[in-house]
Structures are given as structure tokens and as C-alpha cells.
Design a protein around this ligand. Structure first.
Ligand code: GLN
Length: 538
């Protein structure tokens, strides 16, 4: 396509957590499956420059892109659905917008003008929205606006959408508004009033919704759709039902049945054809027809919150489908794991994943978990902090290096088997300063990982400050813990394995960020396969 890119804005009303990200990703999937080069962008109205400094309890997992951006977890959904990498340009926050406007002001670039929300902040937002479109790489850019209309902090974004819609013209931009249609059981009825109010709130800012996507727990009948259309100035076909799904991966087909892609393409003056969802539906076929199941323990300190380990949970779904089995993930809080209860909590598991994390809380439980799976031949995958805990466990219990630790948790440890990188020692700021993004890793012949990946040099995404301390490598290897992946330039150890164990792998990087429906991550696929093998042997 050579025409100018088209823009689709997704706003939310009535309530948060309605799943704007999944609707955006599902629509993008349907457009991509009709040959449109589509990308998705998330605008977050909070003041943090990026979510990297946020606690997972605030907004869930921090998702890392190839270019090292610390981003909102919705970008993970975009990649998992579209199988196209995202970048810093796909996630913008109010903090980042203000930071660049203020930097420009300090450089004198506003030539003596008063710097204001309109036009300076809104211009910056509009520029950020159009970066992806202007790259020439996309036919359609979907921009999801975080938050809910009516929020004070969303106003500059909604104003930017109003201006852009005007600038670009009605065939080049449209607004999808996602709302909730609640069911009042006392009245036995679905209620449209919250949606009407939400559309009105949007109109107070001069933005007319073109399409309504209505989250609901019950089918919307024709009468409700007609009513919503009439009150909200949209066509009846543009009232789209989004009923609760058993998995997020069902949503593209549900949106196809509702005709969301058709309404959108018609409005944008683009032809629509039947989307090619063959590969997607094959995945669903495997997902929905498992031949067996395994139970994997996920050991972390944020396990009470689903969103904290979003990419790991999704990677297990992809890997389960690939193995044609269901992966049941049992969340286990590392803070409450002790030598006394470890057997009871872990012995029934077919595999154990020790999660990434920061700080001291819960690490002794993670170390206990590694010890148990190492001694009991239970398949183990340690990710980032999980890999570091495996090194500490081995140093303490096999090498008998008393109080071996990471200098992150114990600065004065006599055996810093995990230590701060030299380049990190003078770093003061916390935001955006870790070892981030995609790095090469060279795999050792004959290792589990070299049999797992197709290539000998792989690229994986990192997010950490601390590293395996090469000063202990010789001792650890002699005792049986092998380094099987290295950064080719720095020699940093990225992967450790225990050849004496059926499947024991620790990785300094985050494989979960790169698992998609089209490309389930090989390490997760192999780990789930090892868990099944373990189960069948029991
Ligand atoms: N806290 C560890 C570090 O900074 C591990 C980080 C992680 O698990 N993502 O090195």
C-alpha cells in the first residue's frame, strides 16, 4: 500500500481493566491477517517516564523490547498477537512527553514563547503518535490511550486525538470507544446508561466515537444495540459486543464474528477480505485439545497478582499448545517457603520456574526451592533473579561457600558469586539504567540450550544490574555447574546448566518476552516437554 497511514484510536470508558489492550491487539491481528501492515502503540497518562521504576503491584509486569525500552505490559500482548517486535516508539507516557518538552524549553527551542499544554504538550503527543505512521513501515497504526475518559490526566491525550482526527480527516482516523454494559441481576437487565454517559464525556472533549466495543457478561440483543446506536450517534453495525472469553486468544475470532474489522475498514475507506487466520486457528486447535497436562510451580514474590508475571504465564500457554498439553501453573509465594515445608509444597510438581525479581524479600525461599528441585531431579528453569539464585544455591550447598550471595542482597558477602557489573558501579539513577534490551549470546555445543535453539548465536532480552561473577566460574564448573551461554563480546555468563540433572537451566535473560503465538519460545517449549517427561516417569 502506498497511501498515507490510517490511525485508529482506542479509548476506554466506564471502568478500567476492560481489556483495551486485548481489543487493540485482536483488531490488529484481523487487519494484519488481511495484509495490512499494522502496529499498536500505548499512551500511558501517568507521570513516570517509563514503568521501569514501578512496582509490579502498580501496573503489573514491566515488558522489555529489543531496543531496551521498559514498557507497559500491553506491548507484550501486541507482540504475542502480531509476532512483530515493538520498540520505545510503541509506548509513551506523560512523563516522557513532559521531559522532552521541558528539555526543548531549556534548549531555547520555543523562542521565547510561553510553553503550554495546548499546543506544546499536545503537539508533542501528536508527533509521538505519528512517529510510527511516518516511518513508512505501517499501513495502520492503532493507538491505545491508557486510563478512562474523564480522568484529568487523560485530557491532553483526548485533546490530541480530537486535533488529529480533524487534521487527518474522517477517512484517515477513527475512534473506538470501549465501555462496559453491566448486567443488573436485581432488574434482570443489561444497562446502557453508563455507556451513554461515557460517550457523552468523550463528546465534551469534542471527540465522537465511531465504534463502540461493549464489554458484557451477557449477549447484547438487537434492541440493546439499536438503543446504544441511537443514543451514541453510531451505526448499529458499529456497536460491537465483547463478551467474556475463556482465553484472550479467542478474542480475534469473536471480533471477526462481530464484524469489528469490517466496520473499521469501511470507515477508513479500505477494502476488506476474509482474514487468513489459519496459523492462529491451528494454535487454538492445539490449545483446546490437550492430550495431557503438567503442573509447574511458579515461585515468586508477586504471585498473588496475575499481571506481575504476565509474559511467563502466556509463554506457558504457547509452550503448552506446542506440546499439545495443558500447563497448569501453581503460584507459590517464595516468602513462605522454608526447609520445613518445601517438600510438601513442591514434591508433586512436574517442573519449577523461579521467577525474576529485585531485592531481598523472598530470596531464601527461592534458594530452598532450587535446592529441592536440584536434589530431586525436578525440571528447573530459573529466569534472571531465578538463575542468580541457582548459582547462589550451588555455591552454598555444593561448594560449601558459606553465606555466598549476590551483592544486591548482601553487600558484605564473603562470596559474591553474583555481583554488580563494573559498568554499573557508578550508576546513580534507577530509571532506564539497567542492562536492558537485546544482547547476543553464544551457546556452548552439546548443552541443553544448544539442542533447544535453532541457532548457535541467539539474541535475548535483558533487564538486570547484577551478573554471574566470573571469578567463581572455575570452581562452580569443576563442581558440576556449567556455563553454557556467553556474551561473545564481554564474556559474561548468560546461561548455566547442570549436566548431571535431567533438565536444569538458568538464564540471565528473559525468554518470556519473546514468546508469541506464531513462535512459542523454544526454551519454554523444551521446559514443558521436560516436565511432561518427568511426569510420565513418575
Ligand atoms: N535483581 C536482579 C538484578 O538486577 C535480577 C533482575 C531480574 O530478575 N530481572 O540483576
Amino acid at each position: 500500500m502506498t497511501t498515507d497511514p490510517k490511525y485508529i484510536f482506542v479509548t476506554g470508558g466506564v471502568s478500567s481493566s476492560l481489556g483495551k489492550g486485548i481489543i487493540a491487539a485482536s483488531l490488529a491481528k484481523l487487519l494484519q491477517a488481511q495484509g495490512y501492515r499494522t502496529t499498536i502503540q500505548k499512551l500511558d497518562p501517568y507521570i513516570n517516564v517509563d514503568p521501569g521504576t514501578l512496582n509490579p503491584y502498580e501496573h503489573g509486569e514491566c515488558y522489555v523490547t529489543d531496543d531496551g525500552a521498559e514498557t507497559d505490559l500491553d506491548l507484550g500482548h501486541y507482540e504475542r498477537f502480531l509476532n512483530v517486535p515493538t520498540s520505545q516508539a510503541n509506548n509513551v507516557t506523560t512523563g516522557r512527553i513532559y521531559q522532552s518538552v521541558i528539555d526543548k524549553e531549556r534548549r531555547g527551542e520555543f523562542l521565547g514563547k510561553t510553553v503550554q499544554v495546548i499546543p506544546h504538550i499536545t503537539d508533542e503527543i501528536k508527533n509521538r503518535i505519528q512517529i510510527l505512521g511516518n516511518s513508512g513501515e505501517y499501513d495502520i497504526v492503532i493507538t491505545e490511550i491508557g486510563g478512562t475518559v474523564g480522568d484529568i490526566e487523560s485530557l491532553p491525550y483526548i485533546e490530541s486525538v480530537r486535533q488529529l482526527k480533524w487534521d487527518l480527516g474522517p477517512e484517515n482516523a477513527l475512534v473506538i470507544h470501549l465501555t462496559l454494559v453491566p448486567f443488573l441481576s436485581a432488574a434482570g437487565e443489561l444497562k446502557t446508561k453508563p455507556t451513554q454517559h461515557s460517550v457523552k464525556t468523550l463528546m465534551e472533549s469534542g471527540v465522537q466515537a465511531d465504534v463502540l466495543v461493549c464489554r458484557t457478561e451477557h449477549e447484547l440483543n438487537d434492541g440493546i444495540k439499536v438503543k446504544l446506536a441511537r443514543f451514541c450517534n453510531v451505526k448499529k453495525e458499529a456497536v460491537i459486543q465483547s463478551i467474556d472469553a475463556s482465553t484472550i486468544y479467542d478474542v480475534p475470532n469473536m471480533m471477526l464474528d462481530e464484524g469489528l474489522d469490517k466496520v473499521v475498514l469501511e470507515k477508513l475507506g479500505l477494502p476488506s477480505i476474509a482474514p487468513d487466520l489459519k496459523q492462529w486457528n491451528q494454535f487454538l486447535g492445539r490449545l483446546n485439545n490437550p492430550k495431557n497436562e503438567v503442573t509447574i510451580g511458579l515461585i515468586g514474590k508477586y504471585v498473588e497478582l496475575q499481571d506481575s508475571y504476565k509474559s511467563i504465564l502466556e509463554a506457558f500457554i504457547h509452550a503448552g499448545a506446542e506440546n499439545e498439553i495443558t500447563v497448569n501453573v501453581e503460584a507459590i509465594h517464595s516468602e513462605y517457603l522454608t526447609d520445613g515445608n518445601i517438600k510438601f509444597k513442591l514434591q508433586h510438581l512436574d517442573g519449577v520456574l523461579v521467577a525474576p525479581g529485585f531485592g531481598e524479600r523472598g530470596i531464601e525461599g527461592k534458594i530452598e526451592a532450587v535446592k529441592f528441585v536440584r536434589e530431586n531431579n525436578i525440571p528447573f528453569l530459573g529466569i534472571c533473579l531465578g538463575m542468580q539464585m541457582a548459582v547462589i544455591e550451588f555455591a552454598r550447598n555444593v561448594l560449601h561457600l558459606e553465606n555466598a550471595s549476590s551483592t544486591e542482597m548482601d553487600e558484605g558477602t564473603p562470596h559474591p558469586v553474583i555481583d554488580l557489573m563494573e559498568s554499573q558501579k557508578d550508576v546513580v539513577d534507577k530509571g532506564g539504567t539497567m542492562r536492558l534490551g537485546s544482547w547476543d549470546c553464544d551457546l556452548e555445543d552439546g548443552s541443553i540450550v544448544s539442542n533447544t535453539y535453532d541457532d548457535q548465536i541467539i539474541k535475548e532480552r535483558h533487564r538486570h544490574r547484577y551478573e554471574f561473577n566470573n571469578a567463581y566460574k572455575k570452581q562452580l564448573e569443576k563442581a558440576g555447574l556449567k556455563a553454557t551461554g556467553y556474551n561473545p563480546e564481554t564474556g559474561l555468563v548468560e546461561i548455566i546448566e547442570l549436566p548431571s540433572h535431567p533438565w536444569f537451566v538458568g538464564v540471565q535473560y528473559h525468554p518470556e518476552y519473546k514468546s508469541t503465538v506464531a513462535n512459542p519460545h523454544p526454551l519454554f517449549v523444551a521446559f514443558v516437554g521436560a516436565a511432561l517427561k518427568h511426569k510420565l516417569k513418575k
